[in-house]
Design a protein around this ligand. Structure first.
Ligand SMILES: [Zn+2]
Length: 339
């Protein structure tokens, strides 16, 4: 019988997520490690977990790495469940030296480190689970507008800032907040200045201190992928499109049009990553589209998300190695990607 740790049959309780991180790190201690990369507004740890087989593979420091991120938007907890479950499965299959369907897990992980930040916005997730009253910032939060029916629609961090509009990608001044979201609230406020939030800074510092060749940020909903923006698309000399074309031929996540207007797309984590790290980044919207920011019941994760997305980390691991080789074998062609 296959022995997995992460149970996604229903709501993945807050404490269980963190307990499972420890259990996984204990169980796979040769393979998986955990690090605190920063603290949230309310002082919660933000963790990154890393699968690295450096010990066995003979790679030196410049082994390429892939970053997978969940939970930037609080209510989109399918993304947290997916990232945690990928850690569980990928470690399991690596240890067993077994293929996960058509993916050779051992080969992929021996050639690419995969880093996971399962809960990028822990305070937000806490609010979604336990209500505004449970937040130590309640006296401030209770004055903020909730865009939606109740606290389960919360998307921001505990300062009422939408983290995926807070990154300094050069578009801060023109980034629009639609009327009503230009003050702290549950959804879409970009903050009072770029990079103002501790969660934003944690992600930025972590990206800058690792050898990431690609980043995937998981959200809900729409079953589509945002893969390029007009401000950075030309940098990549076709690399980004080659990857998205293959991805959308193998997975259900529809290729969107290139995001054209920085006043609309600017300051997202993926936009920042493309601009500042100069590597491709993809924002994947999991699960079928739902109106008004509503989420599917957690009990539907396995049938709506896992079934379709479980290989995505392995797919992008393969692509990370491919673009690492491609970029380094033709420095001239990819001169715009020199950091
Ligand atoms: Zn989102």
């Amino acid at each position: 019988m296959k022995n997995y740790i992460v149970n996604t049959d229903n709501t993945y309780l807050f404490n269980n997520i963190y307990k499972d991180m420890d259990i996984l790190c204990d169980k796979y201690n040769d393979l998986l490690s955990k690090k605190i990369i920063g603290k949230s507004v309310e002082g919660r740890n933000i963790f990154a977990l890393k699968i690295s087989t450096n010990k066995n593979s003979g790679y030196t420091d410049n082994k390429p790495a892939l970053l997978l991120v969940g939970g930037i938007h609080a209510r989109e907890d399918f993304s947290v469940m997916l990232v945690m479950k990928m850690i569980d499965y990928y470690c399991y299959y690596y240890n067993e030296e077994d293929d996960l369907d058509e993916y050779n897990v051992k080969k992929i992980l021996d050639n690419c480190d995969i880093h996971f930040i399962p809960v990028a916005n822990p305070d937000g997730l806490y609010i979604v689970r336990y209500g505004l009253e449970a937040s130590s910032n309640y006296s401030v939060l209770k004055e903020m507008k909730i865009w939606g029916e109740d606290h389960t629609f919360w998307k921001a961090n505990a300062n009422g800032v939408d983290l995926n509009k807070n990154f300094d990608d050069g578009n801060w001044d023109i980034r629009l907040c639609i009327p009503g979201t230009d003050v702290p609230c549950s959804d879409r406020f970009k903050g009072f200045k770029p990079n103002s939030e501790p969660e934003t800074i944690a992600l930025i510092n972590y990206c800058k201190s690792n050898n990431f060749y690609m980043m995937i940020s998981y959200h809900c909903s729409g079953n589509c992928t945002f893969w390029a923006d007009s401000g950075t698309h030309n940098l990549f000399n076709g690399l980004d499109e080659k990857i998205i074309d293959e991805f959308s031929s193998k997975f259900i996540y529809r290729k969107t049009k290139i995001s054209q207007d920085p006043a609309i797309y600017g300051c997202g984590f993926e936009n920042w990553f493309r601009k500042r790290i100069k590597r491709p980044a993809f924002c994947i919207e999991l699960s079928p589209y739902v109106e008004g920011g509503r989420q599917h019941p957690d009990s539907m994760f396995n049938e709506l998300v896992w079934k379709y997305a479980k290989h995505t980390g392995l797919f992008f691991g393969e692509k990370t190695v491919e673009i690492y080789n491609e970029i380094n074998n033709d420095i001239e062609k990819y001169a715009a990607l020199t950091k």
